[in-house]
Design a protein around this ligand. Structure first.
Ligand code: SF4
Length: 312
């Protein structure tokens, strides 16, 4: 079958193996972010619509699952534009969850969370990953270039309201751009807004892939470290990529054997466990938290695990 709405699964350091579902036509969005890797928005709209027949998308999903095309850890709804513009996203999420026992994530710019109906539709998802890059109307227009009907205040208030009631996890994303939002004053203003949102994690993204506007540049490393300190988030792009490996069969013992020589942060442990197809990552983290041999230290907003010096 030639899939039009499913892609992957792609390996993700955040989600493991992620099966993508796209219910939105290419570059149909209510933002036209200067850093967008898909280029400038072609269809600028804030009107929600069933762009593709829900049954067609579910039909592809049905085929994928019944034929066991490939194994995956997460289903991620991510448009080639803004997925909350899909008017049947609530039904899409419910149908996927009724079908398979896998978590469903939604990657969104978050602008439509200002609508109560949209917040309700997302309530069945397990993880929502919204973006917040700006700290006022001026920087919002400069960075995200939103549809004219979207104000910065309604956008931020929507994120705050959603975060107060949502039962799943929220992982915020912040795209950091040289000269636009990477100075200390901007970062402190953005931190003030993040403080009002109840989120579980914050990722600092960098425009590492070709952006819509060629003047968009990656901030210097020292600025990224400053952002990690101020925001308490983590930049995956600047993390050293380590391919940890252990021949020890037991996942917990394998981690102990590595951190004996090389401390690992939470993301490195997660990706190591994902590689090993570990199904009880939470249990491993709990064991690490309780084990007296293991020390958890904070470094640039990261939890780093190492063996305590007395036992080395
Ligand atoms: S919200 Fe996402 S898809 Fe839309 S312009 Fe921004 S980066 Fe591109």
């Amino acid at each position: 079958m030639n899939f039009q709405h499913l892609y992957g699964p792609i390996p993700s350091r955040r989600l493991g193996r992620s099966l993508g579902v796209s219910p939105i036509p290419l570059k149909t969005c209510n933002f036209s972010c200067v850093y967008c890797q898909l280029g400038r928005t072609v269809n600028m709209t804030n009107q929600r619509k069933e762009f593709f027949d829900l049954q067609d998308i579910l039909g592809e999903f049905d085929f994928y699952i019944k034929n066991g095309v490939c194994k995956f850890d997460f289903v991620t709804i991510v448009g080639e534009g803004e997925p909350l513009l899909y008017s049947k996203i609530g039904e899409l999420i419910k149908s996927i969850k009724a079908y398979i026992d896998k978590p469903v994530a939604v990657i969104t710019n978050g602008a439509l969370l200002s609508e109560e109906k949209v917040r309700e539709e997302l309530s069945e998802s397990d993880l929502v990953m919204p973006t917040l890059d700006a700290y006022d109307q001026r920087t919002f227009k400069r960075i995200n270039r939103p549809h004219k009907s979207i104000s910065f205040d309604s956008y931020v208030n929507g994120l705050i309201s959603f975060s107060k009631n949502f039962k799943g996890k929220i992982w915020m994303e912040f795209m950091m751009i040289k000269g636009l939002n990477d100075d200390e004053e901007s970062l402190r203003k953005i931190k003030g807004l993040f403080n009002k949102i109840n989120y579980d994690r914050l990722y600092i993204n960098l425009p590492m892939r070709p952006p819509a506007e060629d003047w968009v540049k990656v901030p210097e490393k020292v600025r990224v470290e400053l952002a990690q300190n101020i925001l308490g988030g983590i930049s995956l792009d600047f993390l050293a990529k380590e391919d940890f490996y252990s021949s020890i069969g037991d996942d917990f013992e394998a981690i102990l054997s590595i951190i004996k020589r090389h401390p690992m942060n939470q993301y490195e442990i997660e990706s190591f466990l994902n590689q090993r197809k570990c199904e009880n990552k939470n249990v491993i983290f709990e064991k690490l938290g309780k084990d007296e041999k293991v020390e958890k230290v904070q470094y640039f907003g990261l939890n780093v695990y190492r063996l305590t010096s007395v036992r080395r």
